[in-house]
Write a protein that binds this ligand. Structure first.
Ligand code: MG
Length: 279
């Protein structure tokens, strides 16, 4: 695999189609590393592992993270996220824990040094059974990932940085880190992303370069709107400047969630050009 530069530009992309075609499409955007998301319905069996490994090898593509997503998760507004995403909904916990262990094994087989996911909206009340359950699952996944030689990164955005710092202290595991997503801080109204990045800096392992606008005023539970890189409220120049200031050296992974696949590729291509000019 190629040796990556400091702050090499990468892309967050998803499994579900032919691995070789997928990697070639990602490389056509002008990158040679990235993060692979695995939706809940996509198999991670031996056949899939072999196909992905062959594609990564043939294309000399470096996988920096494998992300989990789960069956039953929905993101239309904050109350639905609270009810369906990650490890907060009790009815899904056992199934999602099993799936996460599988993901850790899958990531190890693909040579990825880290796994990541949204654990959901961590409850504010530390005595609440959902808080205790999420903390215990985080410890279990950290320990499982550690045995696979991996770090486990929490995707940011669904809580303010101060809450996340408290959660880190409480979980108390050395391989627990952050995948910092500046747009999510805005989309969930969780605080200024640059201030949050400053506070979370010692814990940041990986980042998403994603953009978005704040939730509309006066609409309870509304999420903000994701935007192409450079067209939202993050301020990509100040984001990149802050990453340099905190000494961040790992890949900067562009994440774009546009529903139209062609638009998504067009936007990522423009995002690569924007980041090249800033980095
Ligand atoms: Mg993200």
């Amino acid at each position: 695999m190629p040796v990556l530069k400091h702050m090499e530009i990468g892309v967050m992309f998803w499994a579900g189609r032919d691995p070789l075609e997928t990697i070639r499409e990602v490389k056509s955007l002008g990158v040679r590393c990235g993060q692979l998301g695995v939706p809940g319905h996509v198999p991670m069996d031996l056949a899939a592992t072999a196909q992905w490994n062959q594609a990564l090898d043939v294309e000399q593509f470096t996988l920096v993270t494998v992300f989990a997503a789960y069956n039953g998760e929905e993101y239309p507004d904050i109350p639905t996220v609270e009810r369906t995403v990650g490890w907060v909904p009790a009815a899904f916990r056992a199934e999602r824990l099993k799936r996460t262990f599988e993901l850790s094994d899958f990531a190890k087989a693909l040579g990825a040094p880290s796994i990541a996911l949204h654990v959901g909206c961590i409850p504010h009340n530390y005595q609440h059974p959902d808080y205790v359950a999420v903390r215990e699952m985080t410890r279990l996944v950290c320990d499982y990932a550690a045995r696979n030689g991996q770090t486990f990164a929490l995707e940011t955005g669904q809580e303010p940085a101060t809450d996340l710092l408290e959660f880190f202290k409480d979980v108390n595991r050395l391989n627990l880190r952050v995948n910092f997503d500046p747009a999510n801080m805005i989309l969930y109204g969780s605080g200024d992303p640059i201030e949050a990045l400053t506070m979370l800096a010692p814990h940041v392992l990986s980042v998403h370069a994603k953009d978005g606008d704040w939730p509309p005023a006066g609409v309870a539970g509304a999420l903000g709107t994701e935007k192409p890189l450079g067209q939202g409220s993050v301020g990509m120049a100040r984001f990149v400047a802050k990453l340099k200031e905190i000494g961040y050296k790992n890949p900067v992974n562009i994440e774009r969630e546009a529903s139209d696949p062609q638009q998504r590729l067009t936007d990522i291509r423009a995002g690569v050009a924007l980041l090249q000019s800033l980095i």
